[in-house]
Design a protein around this ligand. Structure first.
Ligand SMILES: Cc1ncc(C[n+]2csc(CCOP(=O)(O)OP(=O)(O)O)c2C)c(N)n1
Ligand code: SF4
Ligand SMILES: [Mg+2]
Length: 285
């Protein structure tokens, strides 16, 4: 049975983003991906950080939590660990994810926890009215850099590849069909999936539709997403390619913990029912 898109939309809370904001397209694509996967709203948890993009979690008729700045990933990690049955989607901005919260990506990648993380990258701190972010290009004029940004911008895709995030993609709010396909694939992916979504901010105009219209070709069809070095080459390329850069299967956090748990309980319960923690630890010395 096809699930109705309307089922995922909050019945009364409507988006308050500026008309034309790229984040509307992201929201629609996520709801379409949920419908495509025929998920029930009660099977979904949406966690977001703080920023314009951080409002994301309000707009769903599912479990949702608007967290604190830069801490969406740890909150989502706790949720997924406690409720592995939920499909957990994490959303936030370039400031939230690459500045204050940047350190968390490495550890979600190491755990390979089964989360889908969307970074809506508008290359600016939009909610707080236009300060530079870690992805603001050198020379861009912002509220905090009126003479132009003088720091180098981070390369999110190269960072995710070096952390060995098991699913890495880039898309833009301009490519609706591609975005839906990538988000659906990321949710299906067992393990940590991260998507950089170039999502224009029409108010602060740090990243505009014009900027990305001519500058975002798709990855060549013969790109092998298990080839990390090829993915890295495209991560450093200009123009900015879109598509699935990297996609590998490795054990998820749940699978890792289940195997440890099975091992320990088998040891503890097969011999006699009275093994203490220290005895179990002694066994593994
Ligand atoms: C601990 C903390 N520091 C700073 C802030 C102020 N703050 C709120 S949103 C934000 C940046 C948002 O930028 P981004 O994550 O790129 O989201 P956008 O608004 O661009 O979607 C900042 C610095 C805060 N809320 N909490
Ligand atoms: S300020 Fe920019 S990012 Fe925020 S809602 Fe408006 S267009 Fe979107
Ligand atoms: Mg931003």
């Amino acid at each position: 049975m096809k699930t109705l898109l309307q089922n995922y939309k909050h019945p009364s809370i409507k988006p308050v983003w500026c008309p034309g904001c790229g984040d509307y397209a992201v929201l629609n694509s996520v709801q379409k991906a949920f419908a495509e996967l025929e998920l029930k709203p009660e099977e979904i948890g949406v966690v977001s950080g703080i920023g314009c993009s951080g409002r994301f979690s309000h707009y769903f008729n599912s479990y949702s939590l608007h967290g604190t700045h830069g801490r969406a990933l740890p909150i989502a990690t706790g949720l997924k660990a406690a409720r592995p049955d939920l499909t957990v989607l994490v959303a936030g901005g370039d400031g939230d994810g690459m500045a204050i919260g940047g350190g968390h990506i490495a550890h979600a990648a190491r755990k390979n926890i089964d989360l889908t993380y969307l970074i809506m990258d508008n290359t600016i701190y939009a909610l707080t009215k236009g300060q530079s972010s870690p992805t603001s290009p050198v020379g861009a004029r912002t509220k905090t850099a009126p003479y132009g940004v003088f720091e180098d911008a981070l390369n999110p895709m190269a960072i995710f590849l070096s952390y060995d995030v098991s699913f890495i993609a880039r898309t833009t709010s301009l490519k609706i069909k591609e975005m839906e396909h990538i988000i659906t694939s990321a949710i299906r992916h067992p393990g940590f999936a991260i998507i950089q979504i170039m999502s224009p901010c029409v108010t602060h105009k740090s990243l505009t539709y014009e900027d990305i219209k001519e500058n975002v070709p798709e990855l060549p069809e013969n790109h092998d997403p298990t080839d990390k070095l090829a993915a890295l080459k495209y991560a450093y390329a200009e123009p900015q390619y879109t598509g699935i850069f990297y996609n590998i299967r490795k054990p998820t956090l749940e699978e890792r913990l289940t195997s440890v748990f099975d091992h320990v309980t088998e040891k503890a319960f097969n011999k006699n029912h009275t093994m203490t923690t220290s005895q179990i630890m002694e066994e593994y010395r």
